[in-house]
Write a protein of this length. Sequence first.
Length: 338
Amino acid sequence: MSNPVLVEVTRGRLVESRHRGAVAVVDADGATALALGDVAAPIYPRSAIKALQALVLLESGAADRFGLGDEEFALACASHGGEAGHVAGVERMLRTAGLDASSLACGAHWPLHQPSSQALARAGGTATALHNNCSGKHAGFLCAACGMGVAPRGYVEPDHPVQREVKAALESLGGGTIADDQRAIDGCSVPTWAMPLAALARAFARFATGRGLAPARAAAAGRLRAACAAKPWFVAGSGRFCTELMGHFGARVFVKTGAEGVFCGALPELGLGIAIKCDDGHGRAAEAAMAAVIARLLPLADQDRVVMARFVRPQLRNWRGTVVGEIRPTELLAAPNA
């Protein structure tokens, strides 16, 4: 099945690039509200499911045992920019469990936030695992291991109790068993499990509503959603799509980016989960597609439409700042509410 063109990139009067992909919007019972392209093919969700992976932090009892709050919960769900506040928050999480950065198995990279990366280099510093955009998730896993009373060593391995709990949560939320041959290794070294877009969307609908979940899991999901709505800067950072969208809509919208053109989200008031995959792995297309889906489905006030316009059809500028084109959803994906 050939996926449709979801997003076009213009330059002048011409369409210069086209991005194909698939979109699934599903409710907690698995009923489809929108399906474009092949939503049954398994894809690796990558960082888009960090909020689902973070359930183990709360369900293990570690979050309450170590006195973690909204900032730490948001960091556990984050692909953060490595800004100073992000790094300090991850260090704080580790300290509560008696650990430090040497326990992190995510690897090191320079901050995604360019000013922070430049400041670190000017100061003669170097990137550490704390700057890794996944360090908050890893700190959450380490705290969960300690909360479960198991050794944190090897917490990224698929047979570690933390990762077994993560896999079980994904299966429960998505409504199906995930075979071992659907496992690969993510960029930060934890297992990544391939799931169909429709199952991912259903998982986020359940995460958003608590429907179909045991009371303890529904409560954990609610606390994570509330934390991301209250502290969206810790989920991504300055100028980032996820932070700005959740900063505007609060608890009405949950969104989370993933690598290789994946985006997941939820609209709690509508009871819907969203999963998007762009075939070429381009994040700019996945962002525009997510914005278009939200604008298409969510009731919007005039001020919401103004905010959404710059995400649904972001302008393209050259190095001098001149507007040269735009990124826009195709008619197939076009948002009638925008």
